[in-house]
Ligand binder design. Structure first.
Ligand code: ADQ
Length: 460
């Protein structure tokens, strides 16, 4: 069996695999274990004198290879190009894009450095799986170093159509690089369509027999919606339900309905509109006063990026405004917690929440929507209110699907969810669980790797 080599911006090292490690880490780890693989990525450390060679750690059959950045590199590549240019652009937020040639150059340099390191570690029959928007230039850099290996790339976040993507000065460079892959994977059909549109209408390429021809290459592209480890989440939630933190939360509710939102603190997640929707609900349905509690948990994220700092202040102000308007002497409608919780505690919180509110303005997939559903009790499940702009909405039609830009519509969906009879909740939950189990995490990584290693699908 060929060795699997995973490359991602961050590596989840065994020693600091926090209680938070989920999604990607869990998904690729099981595949890496099976294939005695190698995982290359940034260590999470900055130093003024990065080592010449990656640091190698072997554990549980996997080799971890980590590299460091200087703080200036981290700032230009990660805070700058990745998170102030690519992230807003790929989430359809042209107005938030900040661009500089300096940051673009830093991105290309860091991608080239990843390629230098990988070229030294790679064996001829290794399969390479590159992850996400931080490393879009890597496949091209690897081919430029003569690598003939199978290369797959998976984009965890959305890809907008060429009308938006071409606002990026380096759009051609990045797409030329992706064209060097054998397989490019996306979360949803619209992302794949955007890629095909780019090939056809921007690169002058062609779609033929399920392949994409562009920039002189023929490659495959497909949709591989990422899932969760459903059994793990169900077990965690069932156990955590009876543990202290969950009991404290339930006791504090005093019989009120719990509505929960859990996100990284990010403008793509629609947290501001969500808090406003709760305010709208209390204005339009005053009978909910003192009968609901909305807990919004937002993990600090990208705190060195200006836009993220200002969003944090805006969320505080919005929660304060809604509470100031609707709170009573013995009740506040919105509890806002700006911190990370262990996965186990989150699972318990999901379990006791009568409604999960997942309203991103744009999201590649959104794991929280899936975690919330998996954490429910089958006999008395809660209701998921889900944005149509989350990739998850494509699979999770059993949720109440909303337009997050319309806070009145979101408020009405909350009302409907809270009033929903248990029979309908069970029916929707059963339908949702069938999808989650079918498209779980193992199905995602297995499906991608199966297609990447398919002997009939070598790119040319
Ligand atoms: P993210 O944008 O990080 O991921 P998401 O899919 O929601 O978004 O995953 C967040 C993860 O972090 C979840 O597992 C959640 O439980 C956890 N989390 C969030 N807040 C937390 C908190 N306060 N404490 C502890 N844990 C917390 C990107 C894309 C998504 C895509 C994933 C995977 O933006 O669209 O679903 O990658 O491909």
């Amino acid at each position: 069996m060929s060795r699997l080599v995973v490359v991602s911006n961050r590596v989840a090292l065994p020693r600091d695999r926090s209680a938070r490690a989920g999604g990607l880490a869990v998904g690729v780890l099981s595949a890496l274990k099976r294939a005695h693989g190698l995982w290359l990525g940034w260590s999470g450390e900055t130093t003024e004198t990065p080592a010449e060679e990656p640091r190698l750690i072997k554990s549980g059959g996997i080799t971890y290879a980590t590299i460091d950045f200087t703080s200036a590199e981290f700032d230009a590549y990660y805070n700058g190009y990745c998170n102030s240019t690519l992230w807003p652009l790929l989430h359809y937020r042209l107005g938030l894009v900040e661009h500089s040639r300096q940051n673009q150059d830093a991105y290309m340099r860091i991608n080239a450095r990843f390629a230098d390191h990988l070229a030294k570690l790679i064996r001829p029959d290794d399969i390479v799986w590159v992850h996400d928007y931080q490393l879009m230039a890597l496949p091209g850099e690897l081919r430029a170093r003569g690598l003939k290996n199978r290369i797959g790339f998976f984009l965890h976040i959305p890809l907008p159509g060429p009308e938006i993507f071409c606002a990026l000065p380096a759009h051609g460079l990045l797409m030329r690089s992706l064209a060097q892959c054998d397989l490019v994977g996306f979360q949803t059909a619209p992302d794949l369509r955007a890629f095909r549109d780019y090939a056809q209408y921007e690169a002058g390429g062609q779609l033929r027999n399920g392949t994409i021809e562009m920039f002189g290459r023929t490659l495959h592209a497909g949709v591989f919606p990422i899932g969760i480890d459903v059994d793990e989440m169900q077990e965690l939630a069932a156990e955590a339900e009876h543990e202290e933190e969950t009991r404290r939360l339930v006791d504090s509710l005093n019989g009120r309905h719990l509505i929960i939102g859990v996100d990284r603190l990010d403008y793509s997640k629609g947290i501001l509109g969500r808090i406003d929707a709760v305010g709208d609900l209390l204005s339009s349905h005053p009978d909910y006063r003192n009968r609901i509690t909305f807990v919004q948990i937002a993990a600090p994220s990208r705190i060195d990026v200006r836009r993220y700092r200002s969003l944090r202040r805006e969320i505080e102000a919005t929660a304060g405004r809604v509470n100031g308007r609707h709170a009573e002497i013995d009740w506040v409608p919105v509890r806002y917690l700006n911190r990370v919780f262990p996965r186990r505690q989150l699972a318990g919180f999901y379990r006791v929440a009568r409604l999960g509110l997942v309203t991103p303005l744009r999201d590649g997939m959104n794991m929280v929507a899936k975690e919330y559903v998996a954490a429910q009790r089958g006999d008395d499940p809660g209701v998921l209110v889900l944005s149509r702009f989350a990739g998850a909405a494509r699979e999770m039609s059993g949720a109440l699907i909303v337009n997050p830009f319309d806070t009145v519509e979101v408020a009405e969906a909350i009302d409907r969810g809270l009033r929903m009879p248990v029979e309908e909740r069970r029916e929707r939950w059963t339908e949702l669980m069938a999808v989650l189990k079918r498209n779980d995490l193992a199905h995602w990584s297995g499906g991608f790797l199966k297609e990447l290693t398919d002997p009939h699908r070598a790119a040319a």
